[in-house]
Design a protein around this ligand. Structure first.
Ligand code: FEO
Ligand code: CA
Ligand code: CA
Length: 703
């Protein structure tokens, strides 16, 4: 593969934020054009200095309850091959498991601008499935010039983001690949594209059908780390979940309440479709969670919504001053429900955590109101020592908050029908918290440049503030249903801490610490926006950072924690970056951390979204040890093609396969499917695809 010069196409008008203008338009409906929706006067932590700094409360690393995410668990030593079921991967206890701190063994991939996937020497990579490939048995082959909503509803959707791999019982060579399709690039999908306004209704419906999720049965190729879709006339698990037609059941305290009722659903319990599914997680009971993120962009007519609803709509980034805000997809042309002038509650039915049971293709997917309504990046769960299930979640917008959900019921281990039935209800009731954090260094030492304070760390402590528990609200003036449906306002009311765009949040199963990606926030400390604080310490933070949480006493159900920033991203040669104290001359540049995952050795894997704008190179996937002597030694594992962002990632428990989603390849301003900026993966035009990467000699990918 040879280097291809990157094509620079003429700019459109939009220039806000960190991203290509096309990304801004299609991904978030030009969110950066609008003020950040959080106008609350919440305290920031820069002016709060803790006088109670003590290391006494530091968690005894490892003294935590166990849980695992699909194959990605801390159990490789016990299960050299893939385990039979997700439950089988749950260790009885993590407390006796040593943290492996070995160096990462792969050769660092250099930053580049190639229109290709670049991997370390000695590794192999292949496309597992791409946009348009058949999913449901009998689906038609992809035909760019004859796409329709009906065809797309049977084929792999667009812009794959989250990737989960759920083992099939009793097999280490079969699994279910579950993938989110976050959004669509109509200019890269429809030949002859001129503008969103010129799309036919059939094309709009095709785009709606390209949103959602796919469930695809995959099989191992020989004994390698490669996987491919099972080809058969009988594919009982394969399934498309779309924004067009799939019925979702609302669960939890807000289900059936007034703000969720519409003319089409007067009971407020059933929603058609899921929107802008970004990241997610695999639960210990084998289901997949998926976050509904920038759902705001699909709605129009908020200017004519009832006055009483406008503040709430605006708080979720739905402009209320014009019928068609900048970046609007105008889906009301295909489905009237997207017109808030006529159906003001429809927007309230998106922004939830969705749970899909890939092993039961007949089960309706659910939207869990108990987990709150935000621009959910995703959710990842850990089973706490006391048996309750804890989900960590980010709200991905500038100056939004970090959340956690603690289930009311306890996880039931085992494989019985009873246990499974019980565990499927865990996310339907519980307690929702939002994070408030303080720094331990004087505000005067947090000067916005990224220079470490005199204690050598950006760190401090935090509190989980209870918002709602079951049907009981802890937010004055809001009912439980209101707290759950308008969770951002609840966070405002209790003084939650404004963060630099909280993306994916993932607990480490080796240490119990939790890692959250703060992707960037170029408005931090700029103008009238919230100033820097120790947890968000750089003005106009364009490269982002990693936020590490250590729950006090190792109790994931508790309400206090300590935190630090183990990585402050950017060019390691720059003074404002930090890599856990590791020699910066040996680490890879990284910018805009987005999705995070762990391998079984406890290395943190980070995919990025935004490097083309900030470092002028392609986005990539990185791994970094977070404990031991190699802590902070971050290395780039792969890079994705021109215009793409790196999503997933998912590392199997045997550490032999790294699944990565290549999202929006060729998303460069001015590019179209007729005049593509990327021709990955097939040499004709760009197609989002899930890839798998493995070591040629069959060894583990990390350390
Ligand atoms: Fe869809 Fe927050 O990235
Ligand atoms: Ca400090
Ligand atoms: Ca993301």
């Amino acid at each position: 593969m040879t280097d291809k010069p990157r094509r620079f196409l003429p700019l459109l008008g939009h220039s806000g934020g960190n991203r290509d203008a096309m990304t801004c338009l299609y991904r978030c409906g030009n969110a950066c054009d609008h003020p950040a929706p959080n106008e609350s006067g919440n305290a920031y932590l820069g002016d709060v200095v803790s006088s109670e700094l003590s290391r006494r409360g530091v968690l005894r690393a490892g003294a935590v309850g166990g849980m695992v995410l699909g194959f990605g668990g801390a159990v490789a030593a016990a299960t050299p091959a893939m385990a039979a079921t997700p439950e089988a991967l749950i260790p009885e206890s993590l407390s006796h498991r040593p943290t492996r701190a070995g160096a990462l063994t792969f050769e660092t991939v250099a930053p580049n601008t190639r229109d290709a996937v670049t991997i370390p020497a000695g590794y192999k990579t292949s496309v597992v499935i791409r946009w348009g490939d058949p999913v449901v048995a009998g689906a038609p082959a992809f035909d760019l010039h004859h796409q329709s909503a009906a065809r797309q509803s049977l084929q792999f959707g667009y812009n794959n983001d989250f990737v989960g791999v759920v083992p099939l019982p009793g097999r280490d060579d079969r699994a279910l690949l579950v993938v989110n399709h976050e959004y669509t690039n109509e200019e890269l999908m429809f030949p002859g594209f001129t503008s969103l306004d010129a799309l036919t209704v059939e094309q709009i419906e095709t785009a709606i059908a390209a949103h959602g999720l796919s469930v695809v049965e995959i099989e191992r190729v020989g004994r390698t780390g490669q996987w491919k879709p099972v080809k058969s006339r009988h594919l009982p698990y394969n399934r498309r979940i779309t924004a067009l037609a799939t019925r979702f059941r609302l669960t939890g305290p807000a289900a059936g309440t007034a703000a969720l009722k519409t003319a089409a659903d007067p009971r407020g319990t059933t929603v058609i479709g899921t929107l802008n599914n970004c990241s997610g997680g695999v639960t210990p009971w084998g289901t997949v969670l998926s976050g509904e993120e920038n759902f705001n962009q699909y709605f129009v007519g908020a200017d004519s919504a009832p006055e009483a609803d406008k503040v709430r709509l605006a708080r979720y980034g739905i402009p209320t001053t014009s019928r068609y805000p900048s970046g609007s997809r105008k889906w009301d042309r295909a489905q009237e429900r997207f017109d808030l002038a006529k159906h003001p509650n429809e927007a309230n039915r998106f922004g939830w955590i969705v749970e899909v049971d890939p092993s039961d293709p007949d089960a309706a997917p659910r939207k869990h109101t108990a987990m709150g309504r935000l621009k959910h990046e995703g959710a990842n769960v850990i089973v706490a020592r006391n048996g309750h299930v804890v989900a960590y979640m980010g709200d991905d917008e500038r100056f939004e908050y970090l959340y956690k959900f603690v289930s009311e019921k306890k996880y039931l281990p085992g494989h019985s029908h009873l246990a499974r039935k019980h565990n499927l209800t865990l996310l339907e009731s519980g307690t929702l918290y939002v994070a408030k954090v303080t720094g331990d260094s004087p505000a005067s030492e947090i000067d916005g440049t990224g220079q470490l304070p005199s204690d050598g760390r950006f760190d401090g402590k935090g509190q989980w503030i209870k918002l709602v528990s079951g049907n009981r609200s802890f937010v004055p003036g809001m009912t439980a249903a209101e707290v759950l449906t308008f969770t951002r306002q609840a966070g405002d009311a209790v003084g939650a801490t404004k963060m630099d765009r909280p993306e994916d949040v993932q607990p480490s199963l080796r240490t119990g610490k939790i890692y959250a990606a703060m992707t960037n926030n170029t408005n931090r400390g700029v103008g009238a926006n919230a100033p820097v604080d120790e947890a968000n310490p750089r003005v106009a933070n364009k490269h982002g950072h990693i936020f590490e949480i250590t729950e006090d006493r190792g109790d994931h159900t508790g309400t206090t924690f300590r935190w630090q920033l183990p990585i402050v991203c950017g060019d390691p040669a720059a003074a404002d970056t930090y890599f856990g104290g590791y020699d910066k001359s040996a680490v890879s540049p990284i910018s805009c951390p987005d999705n995070v995952a762990f391998d079984s050795a406890g290395n943190l894997w980070i995919s990025t979204d935004g490097t083309p704008s900030t470092l002028k190179t392609n986005d990539g996937l990185f791994a970094v040890p977070v404990e031991g002597r190699e802590k902070g030694h971050l290395k780039q594992f792969l890079t994705v093609p021109v215009g793409a962002e790196t999503c997933g990632p998912f590392i199997t428990a045997d550490d032999r396969s790294v699944f990565t989603a290549v999202q929006h390849p060729g998303e460069i301003t001015g590019a179209t499917v007729d005049k593509p900026a990327s021709v990955w993966p097939d040499g004709d035009y760009a197609k989002p695809a899930v890839i798998v990467t493995w070591r040629g000699d069959g060894g583990p990918v990390g350390s």
